[in-house]
Design a protein around this ligand. Sequence first.
Ligand code: MSP
Length: 498
Amino acid sequence: MKPFYITTPIYYVNDKAHIGHAYTSLACDMIARFKRLDGFDVKFLTGTDEHGQKIEKAAAAKNIEPQNFVDNVSKLFQDLSQTLNLTNDDFIRTTEPRHKQAVQHLWKQLVDSGNIYLGEYAGWYAVRDEAFYQEDEIIDGYAPTGAVVEWISEPSYFFKLSAWAEPLLEYYTKHPDAILPESRRNEVLRFIEGGLNDLSISRRTLKWGIPVPGDPDHVMYVWLDALTNYLAALGYPNDGYQKYWEQSIHMVGKDILRFHSVYWPAFLMAANVSLPKTVFAHGWWTVEGEKMSKSIGNTIDPVEMVNTYGSDALRYFLLRDLSFGQDGDFSKAMFINRLNTDLANTYGNLCQRVLSFIYKNVDATIPTPGEFTEEDKRMLNMPLEMLPNLRKAIDKFYLHRYVEAVWQIIGEGNRYVDAQKPWGLKNVDPSRMNTVLYVLCDLIRQIAILTQPILPVASSKILAMLSVEISDLSMLEVALKPGLIITEPQPLFAKYIQ
Ligand code: MSP
């Protein structure tokens, strides 16, 4: 089996998650689930980023020891995996020994290769972003992101980032898929072409971090610490980590692309580790047209959403509504509209009317078909014919297009029911009715396989009603067995009042 490695960013534990965080994880989950169905040996990693000033401050504000504080909040993120129905294979915490060992090893590689020197940092720092800013980036006393900045002046270890601008540009020219989408790649290239300054990678005025090997007065800069999680989870530096590493994809929001496509690859090159295959930067969600923020009080809690609407509903909306890579707006009206239209009226309706009819009218038994017409064959082959496009949509990160394509098949299924009117055939041509019902059951079975990466709960309900088990995409080619007894159809999707 071919290895495939996909990672979410590790989440800051200063606060609980909102739908923006859920989004990055759901996108990875959809890809991981599809790749597993497609026969890949998948490793899907998520976790929590637990060191640094931002977390130290958040713990102090609650008057809790940092370790206790991060244990509690990290637990919320671990629970969120279940709530969102994520299939991550591992969950890494930066306070774990396996992570600390990997980071300290990486640091030593950077020292041994002559990439670290001791100096003095004097400049702006934004705790919210855990980022340093140049004087000319400060706008009216704030970071370009709007974060509050403070002046820091202290001895610090530096990484010779300036030496890596040329190698990075050369690498990115040779690897056009290393940063996606292309517009983001261009932004990164322009930034590197502007020249890179050496990067401060340790703090002396902070205690909550991983100690610098050989100089415990310093803790490491939290981004150097955090980024290394992707390697630590594969057992770096022990042999064997390369198997997945060579096939790695980092999914990140656009706000943290620079850390992943400038700092991280430079650290890796300097430590003689190969670079991840692709860093994909997705867009940001606003809520009812406004930036999501705690101070405005408009953050949307994924746990509340799942409690009210179910995990499939939230997954569907987030993965379908936004062209993956672009920014988008979360509006309650649009959300309800999609649930009613796409889930209840389209997908739910197709399954419900076909399966209920079989349950009530043909002894709950999948009928034996007669000869297939050209139209029947077209319906039965549609999913398989769509498969190359679906694969491409996943590999190119057009996640919304995957959803659209599957809903096109569902739409065709509904049109076929309307045109063939199986209920009208019961008395006049029962054998044709059986063929039509068979075609529909087999189509629904195939659709349920394809919707599994998006709607895992509904897909397993449908497959259970049809008494089939899901293994992988090769099942698309194995026709449904006539004679199977279906279980009583259960409602799949609720309808909501606007
Ligand atoms: N801890 C760092 C990542 C370190 S990775 C080595 C971090 N954490 S975060 O919790 O602030 O953000 C994690 C992810 O959530 C990012 O990919 C970010 O883009 C995403 N989102 C946060 N708010 C978002 C929206 N409003 N919309 C979409 N995604 C957003 O950064």
